[in-house]
Design a protein. Structure first.
Length: 484
């Protein structure tokens, strides 16, 4: 995977002088050109930052490039904030690179530094600056919020207009001894159980003359660039959600999650990140999941518009097609759906297609991912993605040494295990109950005041509190059942 990432992102390859000397030669020639005069320097920046005929003065270009350099460094620092201070000390960005906000100075560090690490970090900053600029200037990203609004409007009209009842339900449960089986309990939480509240929406409608009933425990539609992760933190007895931004130092309309996925996937073009728009549902059982799937297919064009289907709920062998970091117990129906659209705000001569990823879960399978002791929980997945996808690419062992990278990796993502005292409650990693910027019902429903809900508490014998959000923040235990 690392070789694939370096093939897509050759500027990050620590052996670029061997594998892509043509890139270094080109960059060196550009460097020799820009140090000749301010006009040459500004001409170089204009070709990078503006279309032909829309050139800007040097001062404006310096401000623009400094903004994206700042985003690049905040991104690196936010990633390192996920691990304890000790392991990250040996890989912290060098001050010469950290303080540099000028393109020409970065090029000087790349070609004149005698320290290979200094030259590499300057090149890494230069390339991440380029990636953040590219994301901002991608059509799919620029129209992302509008695409999300369209999907929400269609679902509101065709699905949620048929809601017959809304109510809050609490699900108290434990994992069986095998770490997979869900054991539902009574309304009152029992020792060894965890409890989650959902804002249940019951949908009743006719499809081809046949009555269809869906119990929607959770729904969200999100634009990847806007989403703020909502995580829960573990207190003495109570689970509740607390807003915790993964990249808190980035600009509000941040692109860090898109850049991270490009690096992990070995994808150089943000237009090919297919889950910029994501739709997620949790329903009662497989029968309801199939009904919901058919309703979505009917509305958006059926199998003509559906591709890259992964269904680990019905086809266990599809697990091989999931993200390699996904936990063994992770069960989902996932597909990419092309949606035909024309903007009312920015009408085009013809409608065009954009892609949304849909994820459908049954309640039992999603509760399994939420359980604090389960391997497939969301926060463990995020840390494993950091571990296996980003560390080798952004902190290569050839630059930082095997031992420094090993310590960083192990501190970033210890593999959670299912406890054997009861069901492991109170150990492992915290889960997340949804990440939609517009969510209705279910755990951690957030956004625009719609369907706020989702809290949980667990019976634990631990005599201490700890944060499971990966941000090293202090937990905030509360004795108010169902709060967040």
């Amino acid at each position: 995977m690392t070789s694939q990432a370096f093939e897509a992102h050759p500027f990050l390859d620590p052996e670029i002088s061997v594998n892509r000397p043509d890139i270094l030669r080109y960059l060196y020639n550009q460097y020799l050109d820009v140090i000749r005069s301010r006009d040459k320097y500004n001409g170089f920046l204009n070709t990078l930052l503006h279309p032909a005929g829309e050139e800007r003065l040097l001062e404006a270009n310096l401000a623009t490039s400094a903004y994206y350099m700042n985003e690049a460094m905040h991104y690196i620092q936010s990633l390192l904030d996920m691990v304890p201070v000790g392991p990250r000390e040996t890989v912290e960005p060098m001050s010469q690179v950290l303080d540099c906000s000028d393109f020409q100075e970065l090029l000087t560090l790349i070609f004149n530094a005698t320290d290979p690490r200094l030259a590499y970090e300057a090149r890494r900053k230069l390339y991440l600056t380029k990636l953040f600029f590219d994301v901002d200037h991608s059509w799919e990203v620029q129209r992302g919020a509008e695409h999300k609004d369209h999907v929400e409007a269609v679902l509101e009209q065709d699905l949620f207009a048929h809601v017959s009842e809304r109510r809050t339900v609490e699900m108290c449960y434990a994992l069986g001894n095998d770490g997979e089986t869900i054991v539902l309990g009574a309304d009152q939480i029992q020792p060894g159980q965890e409890c989650w509240a959902f804002d249940l929406q019951q949908v009743e409608m006719l499809r081809d003359g046949r009555p269809v009933r869906l119990n929607v425990y959770y729904y969200s539609c999100r634009f990847k660039r806007e989403v703020v992760p909502y995580q829960y933190r573990k207190g003495r007895e109570l689970y509740h959600f607390a807003e915790s931004e993964l990249f808190p130092a980035m600009e509000r309309r941040r692109s860090a999650s898109i850049v991270s996925k490009m690096l992990r996937k070995g994808e150089s073009d943000p237009r090919w990140i297919r889950d910029l728009i994501g739709v997620m549902f949790i329903v009662e059982n497989l029968s309801e999941l199939e009904d919901l799937k058919e309703l979505l297919f009917d509305r958006f064009g059926g199998h003509f518009r559906v591709k890259n289907v992964v269904d680990t709920q019905l086809n266990p062998e599809d697990r091989l097609r999931l993200n390699p970091q996904s936990g063994i117990g992770y069960k989902v129906y996932k597909a990419e759906m092309d949606i035909l659209y024309n903007s009312r705000r920015h009408p085009q001569p013809q409608p065009y297609l954009f892609t949304a990823e849909i994820q459908l879960y049954t309640l039992e399978n999603y509760l399994r991912t939420l359980h604090s002791a389960h391997y497939a929980n969301h926060q463990a997945l995020k840390r494993r993605q950091f571990l296996e996808g980003l560390v080798p690419v952004l902190f290569p062992a050839q630059i930082y040494g095997d031992e420094a990278v090993r310590r960083l990796v192990e501190a970033a993502a210890p593999v959670p295990t299912v406890g054997r005292n009861g069901n492991g409650s109170g150990n492992g990693n915290g889960g997340v109950g949804g990440n939609g910027s517009n969510a209705r019902g279910g755990s951690a429903g957030v956004g625009n005041g719609r369907g706020a809900g989702g809290s949980g508490h667990g019976a634990s014998d631990n005599g201490h509190s700890e944060s499971e959000s990966g941000t090293h923040s202090s937990p905030e235990p509360t004795d108010a059942k169902g709060s967040h």
